[in-house]
Design a protein around this ligand. Structure first.
Ligand code: SF4
Ligand code: SF4
Ligand code: SF4
Length: 474
């Protein structure tokens, strides 16, 4: 055998991926907790895992490995709640929660006050339909436990099902307002808000920010995701919200092959409607009713949305305008803010090197840092930040003043001078990653006194457990 033939014969094959780390995930077939490898392949990030019963599974986690890996430097130390509801016994994720090993306090608490809904969306990860309403007394007990754990909670989000169907919604909002809680948000599909302007005026007395489901401007997006064309409904809902003096964040579920081409249009629509102070994009999570017919290797991701924003807004927002949010695990979501003056939209990241202030790992000290800017930016790049609220407006005003941006003096005009764009990649059984779960700061409050990370609630059978218990007790 010639020398060069020998070299060819001895050359070892090289793997098609770079191994990054090991974590724990779920088998998408039986939901048992199994080890998972985080791999980089052709510029994207994948979770690869093996179930002893159901074999190998792989899922796309991020379409941009560069973003994913660079985001890790935005991690920051978590705050410790005053109380925990469970002990460490079996290890994460079996001790939820919160157990003392959880790595972050609650930035945003969710309460699902009803499992009923007036729509039947195919993409409903809550699997809402018929079901139960929580009593006001139950909600009050949950709020009181939250206050024990958090002292002064920042944000409570009232959710469902469709919470506007709850007959005592106003009493529940009043119960939140009566406590030491900074802000309340209300999730809604907008159907009742569109049809009942008097109801929206009554809501306005409690001042919630409306998180309005809004998946696009085409009839197809609505029909495929929600079962009917809701474009006129969303428009009327937003007009009623504006008329009542409330503000809204558009919440877009992004499904690959359905509405990923409308990401830019949704943003432009939001910038133009007077009620809208931000857009939150959520790549679809395959849970609840949204389980079938989706390919875990070809799906919407946080980075996919960021790149679509850049291309579909012709650079109005660029990928480089976004930073990971450091309070949960930094691969979970990304945000940015812009100053808006008429048609002029300027992301704050083009005026200030926000990166210098939010890099908690290398903790670079910027010599000419204003003492005020870092806390303001930290509060803005947080899951407790709600655009349009007094707190977010004050923080953005503080940043603007420090970099000499002229702002209107009128309070209402000032509030509308800022716009938030957020992208949140909730996990499902394919992308479930225990290291992200342990740092989660969006927590579901349960009627039994526990507080569990939202991605645990969606993927570990906890929502189903609550539904069974609540339905049986009625
Ligand atoms: S997710 Fe948090 S609360 Fe739940 S078991 Fe893990 S560490 Fe404990
Ligand atoms: S996704 Fe929202 S609006 Fe649609 S069925 Fe579920 S709870 Fe109702
Ligand atoms: S809800 Fe899920 S995706 Fe969001 S911060 Fe928590 S673990 Fe991360």
């Amino acid at each position: 055998m010639k020398g060069e033939d020998l070299v060819v014969q001895l050359r070892q094959r090289v793997r098609d991926h770079i191994f990054q780390e090991i974590t724990r995930s779920l088998c998408p077939e039986c939901r048992r907790v199994i080890d998972a490898q985080v791999l980089v392949r052709k510029g994207a990030v994948y979770l690869r895992k093996h179930c002893p019963e159901h074999g190998w599974h792989e899922a796309l986690v991020s379409s941009d490995a560069g973003w994913y890996l660079a985001s890790l430097k935005y991690n920051k130390p978590g705050a410790i709640p005053f109380t925990f509801a469970t002990e460490v016994e079996r290890g994460c994720p079996f001790d939820c929660g919160l157990c003392p090993e959880h790595q972050q306090h609650t930035c945003l608490s969710l309460i699902e006050i009803t499992s009923r809904c007036n729509l039947a969306c195919t993409t409903c990860f809550a699997d809402a339909g018929a079901g139960f309403d929580l009593s006001v007394d139950q909600v009050e007990k949950m709020l009181d436990r939250l206050i024990e754990a958090e002292g002064r909670p920042e944000v409570v989000q009232i959710s469902g099902g469709e919470p506007t169907l709850h007959p005592q919604l106003m009493d529940i909002l009043a119960a939140v307002r009566a406590r030491n809680i900074l802000h309340v948000m209300l999730n809604s599909n907008g159907v009742r808000l569109a049809d009942d302007p008097e109801f929206v005026r009554r809501l306005a007395r409690h001042g919630p920010t409306i998180y309005l489901q809004f998946d696009g401007l085409s009839a197809r997006a609505h029909r495929e995701l929600r079962g009917r064309d809701l474009r006129a409904v969303k428009q009327r809902a937003l007009d009623n919200i504006a008329e009542a003096g409330l503000t809204a964040v558009l919440v877009a579920t992004v499904v690959q092959g359905v509405n990923e081409g409308e990401i830019g249009d949704i943003l432009r629509f939001g910038l133009e409607h007077p009620a809208v102070t931000g857009v939150s994009y959520q790549p679809a999570t395959f849970a609840g009713r949204c389980l079938n017919g989706h390919d875990p290797l070809n799906r919407a991701t946080v980075t996919g949305v960021l790149h679509a924003l850049e291309s579909q807004t012709q650079g109005l927002f660029r990928v480089s305008d976004f930073l990971p949010v450091p309070c949960p695990h930094p691969t979970c979501c990304a945000s940015t803010y812009a100053y808006v003056e008429g048609k002029q939209v300027t992301p704050v990241t083009r005026l200030l090197n926000v990166d210098d202030y939010l890099d908690f790992i290398t903790d670079r000290t910027v010599p000419d840092l204003s003492e005020e800017i870092r806390p303001a930016l930290e509060a803005l790049w947080s899951l407790a930040a709600v655009p349009g609220t007094e707190k977010a407006t004050n923080n953005l005003t503080c940043v603007a003043c420090n970099i000499n941006i002229p702002l209107p003096a009128n309070v209402e005009a000032l509030r509308r001078s800022f716009f938030m764009v957020h992208v949140h990649g909730f996990m499902d059984e394919h992308t479930f990653d225990v290291k992200r779960l342990m740092k989660c700061c969006i927590h579901e409050l349960l009627p039994d006194g526990r507080t569990v990370p939202f991605c645990a609630y969606n993927n570990l059978g906890i929502r189903e457990q609550v539904k069974r218990q609540e339905s049986a007790s009625r």
